[in-house]
Design a protein around this ligand. Structure first.
Ligand code: FPP
Length: 242
């Protein structure tokens, strides 16, 4: 572990927008779901790699609130993969001492998938090496909307004074309430947009876009990307390291 990361400053919280599964499959004449399947395998390995490298929080954008608009075949293909890979990730999390947390509005998923998400969170609750955060039916604006509804309810009941609402109050009302803001956000496949991911939390996050498609992502690419983070002089947010 120490040699692999020698000389590289490791961010405490790394987030990834896993993009490019569809293009990876199309380039090979395969259905888009084949790209998502390869993407799931890559995610399984990346969870192990992040834990081994010493990353403390690792967050991925697995399914956005916008992803429901994709074709019925693609959405049901993704749901099928989630059912398989949530189980596999649970095994990986237990082997690697990783706690899994789910952010997003899970109630829109089928009952068996909700049960699998509840289970992976409760079974891994005592694990301490890394927190792996899966954004599932997640949208930054929807998360902020839900936090506002929650705080408005507290105001209405008299438990909270509007004047007492601080940035900290809002941060804690988000799905990521117990999770520090990301230090480094990687987006694969060359895209340079946030796409509604961690909008509030990314205020001071370093952003990096790599041309590598998610199904081609691996530990070497992760370390290359982390070296980019290490070379930057962070002025705001996170822990000042320079
Ligand atoms: C974006 O690629 C990727 C997704 C919409 C899904 C990402 C999900 C996974 C890798 C699986 C996660 C699995 C679990 C169990 C949490 P795209 O289809 O937008 O690619 P394109 O831009 O090339 O079309």
């Amino acid at each position: 572990m120490a040699e692999e990361t020698a000389g590289i400053r490791i961010p405490g919280h790394v987030a990834i927008i896993m993009d490019g599964n569809g293009r990876w499959a199309e380039k090979r004449g395969l259905p888009r779901t084949a790209g998502h399947a390869k993407g799931c395998e890559v995610l399984e390995q990346t969870v192990r790699d992040c834990a081994n490298i010493g990353i403390r929080y690792f967050t991925v954008y697995a399914f956005s609130t916008e992803n429901w608009k994709r074709s019925v075949e693609e959405v049901s293909g993704l749901m099928h993969l989630f059912r398989i890979y949530i189980r596999k990730l649970q095994k990986v999390a237990m082997e690697e001492n990783v706690r899994v947390r789910v952010i997003g509005e899970r109630r829109r998923f089928a009952p068996d998938l909700i049960a699998a998400l509840d289970e992976i969170e409760s079974v891994t609750k005592g694990n301490t090496r890394m927190d792996f955060v899966m954004a599932m039916n997640y949208g930054g604006r929807d998360e902020i909307r839900r936090a506002v509804v929650k705080l408005a309810g507290l105001v209405r009941s008299g438990a909270l004074n509007p004047e007492d609402i601080t940035e900290e109050t809002i941060s804690r009302a988000l799905d990521t309430g117990e999770i520090p803001d990301p230090d480094f956000l990687i987006r694969t496949s060359g895209e340079k947009r946030l796409s509604n991911f961690l909008l509030w939390q990314s205020a001071y996050t370093e952003f990096y876009s790599t041309p590598v498609l998610w199904p081609d992502f691996n530990k070497e690419e992760l370390l290359r990307d982390l070296a980019v983070y290490g070379s930057r002089d962070r002025r705001y947010g996170g822990v000042k390291t320079k």
